[in-house]
Write a protein that binds this ligand. Sequence first.
Ligand code: PGA
Length: 249
Amino acid sequence: MKQSVKLIAGNWKMNGLGASLDEVASLRRSLEEQPAACRVALCPPATLVERMAAAVKGSVIEVGGQDCRAETHGAFTGGVSAGMLKDAGATLVIVGHSERRQEFGESDRLVAAKAEAAVGAGLAPIVCVGETLEQREAGRAVEVVRDQVMNSLPRAVLAGDFAVAYEPVWAIGTGLTPTLDQIEEVHRAVRAAMIERLGLGSAAAPILYGGSVKPDNARDILAVPEVGGALVGGASLKASDFLPIIRAA
Ligand code: PGA
């Protein structure tokens, strides 16, 4: 089977000021010296989207948001719409990250509406799913993730570029990762659910793995069947950590 190009996306979360763009400049220089074999994206806080987009202009690095509202505009104090991210220079947006599902009670239904809004604005959504430790220990990981995929992916995503990110909640920021067999098992289940939900048109969309991806485990994780890239948190903040992950793809 033809292996499509992987996507390595960094999620800066609530980290980064103007000075952090030095890291982006350094990443850009390295990728100009030696081109990446994969797609590369960085998702900074909303305040940096426009400046980062300017800093990577003309390079292969893509810029994404970390979340968007499902609505296009209106009285939603503090809200950022997909259209605003696009206007600031983003081409992607993460939706349904577990930190938002847990902290802000975001449901699959809301995540699906956000993904739909992203596509409507011309952004590629990265739709996140993943089980908690309790769910994994109860033997329910595959079932939980399958349900999230079935309910968080609107048909609208087929209209554009999109990705699903499998991020076990217990692996995020903990240094813990599932075994390679566990990653493969869930990724195969995600692929099956995507095809059941959206049809064969979704077979080419990458399924990213996220949760404690580091320079020393990236190569093994990225070689797992059905792993189409990585969503990287902590290790995306420094070019010196992110670059080896890109090189592993
Ligand atoms: P981490 O975060 O790489 O720091 O574990 C991943 C994520 O939350 O996307």
